[in-house]
Design a protein around this ligand. Structure first.
Ligand code: GTQ
Length: 368
């Protein structure tokens, strides 16, 4: 990529001589709320994506105790809505955004606590790296949350969470809040203070109707923008990636690259992503696997589910372990090295980038 080496400064009309007439022209532009391209072309038309967001890592060992302290000091209830603490990317000026499109937060519920029901246009999911005992109630359907489960709250579905146990629980939330903010689509409504169904079934009604692989109910043949499956259970995710590696062992290619099994969570009514704005995946790397170095358009957040390894982001090595989260901004090169069997959850804005026709991936040739 020769464009990498071009300096932004090279492209500006830097040698345009300042004259009183020119300065007056610029002042008159400003007075009329106008801005010329030529003084800022290289910022507006970058040779490749240059995110304001920076690569960054948050440690579970920092996040969890801070969430627990919030649990001591901050009640959860109407108005604040959620005891959720967002990852604030240091490049994004203090906004509570992990990337320009993605909200990622740790959410914490103490023993027997309830986060009240509400709904919003923004799409949301939860991923559980440890613990259990909270039910998220989605449109009146109680959905158990346990380690390894991936749970959906698509836009405009009422949802509240209640902890049915005497132990606290924390998990991560992913939402399209920053994208929603940029494009001004937010609507919000309060629901009930208590969750509408405090039952604690093992699986939700949604799963009983929708979560049998390759089968869909004839009562629901319409296409839906978001998946009707409220929970993607760990037992299936685990099995799916384990089988890919076994198939590879048996000489049947099934992995994305050698030693690297991965799945995408999908909407069974379309075969596409679970929600229009968010993609989610689960990856399992064999011990010793090193992925290729990739540049991708769009930003991702990774969370380590199990094992240890190294994330190399923009050439910087980050040792990662269970619960740690890493942000990879658009087009920043990344690769992963597994020091043990390494299980990873990733989410990103892939569906938006693809739907708008902006998707590109560049795999760095190790020979060059
Ligand atoms: O659980 O409904 O992290 O509404 C941010 C906004 C979680 C939620 C967040 C939310 C929620």
């Amino acid at each position: 990529m020769s464009s990498d080496t071009a300096d932004a400064e090279d492209l500006q009309n830097a040698d345009l001589e300042s004259t009183p007439e020119l300065e007056q022209l610029y002042a008159d532009f400003a007075a009329h709320h106008l801005a010329p391209l030529w003084t800022q072309a290289s910022e507006v038309l970058t040779f490749h994506p240059r995110s304001d967001a920076v690569p960054f890592v948050w440690r579970w060992d920092d996040l969890y105790p801070l969430a627990a302290r919030s649990g001591e000091l901050v009640p959860v209830g109407r108005g604040g809505e959620r005891r959720a603490i967002a990852l604030a990317n240091p490049g994004l000026g203090g906004a509570p955004y992990a990337t320009p499109t993605i909200w990622a937060a740790i959410q914490y519920l103490g023993p027997r606590e309830t986060a009240p029901e509400h709904r919003h246009a923004q799409n949301a999911f939860r991923f559980v790296v440890e613990g259990e005992g909270v039910w998220t109630v989605v449109n009146g359907d109680p959905v158990a949350m346990r380690r390894g489960d991936f749970l959906l709250t698509p836009g405009w579905n009422f949802h509240g969470h209640h902890n049915d146990t005497d132990a606290p629980m924390a998990w991560i939330d992913g939402l399209d809040v920053p994208l929603s903010d940029h494009i001004d689509i937010g609507f919000f409504e309060y629901g009930t203070e208590r969750v509408t169904d405090e039952a604690s079934p093992d699986i939700s009604r949604s799963e009983r109707l929708w979560a049998y692989p390759g089968l869909r109910p004839l009562s629901g043949l319409d296409e839906r923008v978001s998946s009707p499956i409220a929970a993607y259970r760990w037992e299936y995710t685990d099995r799916a990636v384990a089988e890919q590696l076994k198939l590879e062992d048996e000489g049947h290619p099934a992995t994305v690259e050698q030693g690297h099994a991965a799945i995408r969570y999908v909407n069974p009514t379309t075969g596409g992503d679970v929600m229009p704005t968010l993609r989610a995946e689960f990856h399992r790397l064999r011990e010793g696997t090193k992925t290729q170095v990739r540049h991708e358009v769009g930003s991702s957040v990774w969370q380590v589910f199990d094992g240890t390894g190294v994330f190399v982001i923009d050439g910087v090595r980050h040792a990662m372990r269970r619960g740690d989260l890493a942000v990879v901004p658009s087009w920043v090169p990344w690769s992963i090295e597994a020091e043990s069997p390494f299980d990873l959850f990733r989410f990103n804005d892939g569906p938006v980038i693809e739907r708008l026709g902006f998707a590109r991936t560049h795999i760095v040739d190790p020979e060059k």
